[in-house]
Ligand binder design. Structure first.
Ligand SMILES: N[C@@H](CCC(=O)N[C@@H](CS)C(=O)NCC(=O)O)C(=O)O
Length: 229
C-alpha cells in the first residue's frame, strides 16, 4: 500500500482527513506522528517545511501532499468511494469549497488561536485571545446557522468535504464558544454529524488522547459523551 497519512489521533485537522478516509474507504495507511519528539519533528519538517499535520505521502510516486483540503481532493480523484465528497458539477464544487474554507478559516483557526494562547501560559493574554476568538466564532456560527436552516449538510443533501471540515472544527470550538443553545440549526447539524459512523470512529480513536486537550473541562457534555461512547 502506497498512501500513508502522517497524523495524530487528537488533531482536529487530522480528524477532517480521517473522516474523509472513513467515509470513502480510501486505502490509506495511518502513521502516528509525535511532534513532541525532536527526531520525528525534524523528519516531518523535511517532509513538509511548515511542519503542520496531517501530510499524505504517496510512496509510489514520491509525492508529498500537505493541507487537508488538497489531501482530500487528491484522495477523491483516486478513490472517490461509493458516495463522493465532491460533486461532479463544477458550480456545486465551488459551494463545497466555500463551506470547507469557512470551517477552516472562521471556526478552526479562531479555535486554534484560543487553545494556543492557553498553552502559552499567560492568563491575561489567553483571556484577550479568547475574547477575539469568541467574537469570530459567533460571527461564523451565525453564518452557519443561516445556511443550515434548510439543509441537511453544508452543501445540500449530500455529505461532502465541507462536512468533513465542519465536524472537528465544531467539536473543539464548542469548548471556546458553545453553540447548541443559541444556534439551534447549527446544534441540530452537529447532532447529525455525531451520528455519522465516520465521525464516531474518529472520536472513538481520539478517546485515549482527549485528556491532553487543554480545554477538556470546557467541552460541552454532548461533545464529551461522543468521545466516551
Ligand atoms: N491549513 C492546514 C492546517 C493544519 C494544522 O494547523 N495542523 C495542526 C494540528 S491540528 C498542526 O500541525 N499543529 C502543529 C504545529 O503547528 O506545530 C491544513 O488544512 O492542513
Amino acid at each position: 500500500m502506497s498512501l500513508v497519512l502522517h497524523y495524530h489521533p487528537l488533531s482536529s485537522f487530522c480528524h477532517k482527513v480521517l473522516i474523509a478516509i472513513y467515509e470513502t474507504g480510501a486505502p490509506v495507511r495511518l502513521r502516528h506522528l509525535d511532534l513532541q519528539d525532536a527526531g520525528e519533528r525534524d523528519a516531518h519538517r523535511a517532509r513538509w517545511p511548515l511542519g503542520k499535520m496531517p501530510v499524505l505521502e504517496d510512496e509510489a510516486s514520491g509525492r508529498v501532499l500537505p493541507e487537508t483540503s488538497i489531501i482530500i481532493e487528491h484522495l477523491q480523484q483516486r478513490h472517490p468511494g461509493p458516495r463522493p465528497l465532491l460533486p461532479a458539477d463544477p458550480e456545486a464544487q465551488l459551494d463545497v469549497r466555500l463551506w470547507d474554507r469557512l470551517s477552516d478559516h472562521y471556526v478552526m483557526f479562531p479555535l486554534q488561536a484560543a487553545v494556543a494562547a492557553v498553552i502559552a501560559g499567560d492568563a491575561a493574554q489567553a483571556a484577550k485571545a479568547e475574547a477575539v476568538s469568541v467574537a469570530q466564532l459567533e460571527l461564523a456560527y451565525g453564518v452557519l446557522e443561516q445556511r443550515l436552516r434548510d439543509r441537511t449538510w453544508l452543501a445540500g443533501e449530500d455529505f461532502s468535504l465541507a462536512d468533513c471540515a465542519a465536524a472537528p472544527a465544531l467539536f473543539y470550538a464548542g469548548a471556546v464558544r458553545p453553540f447548541a443553545q443559541d444556534f439551534p440549526a447549527l446544534g441540530a447539524y452537529f447532532a447529525r454529524l455525531l451520528e455519522r459512523p465516520s465521525v464516531q470512529r474518529v472520536l472513538r480513536e481520539a478517546q485515549p488522547w482527549i485528556r491532553y486537550f487543554p480545554l477538556l473541562d470546557r467541552l460541552p457534555a454532548a461533545h464529551r459523551a461522543a468521545v466516551e461512547r
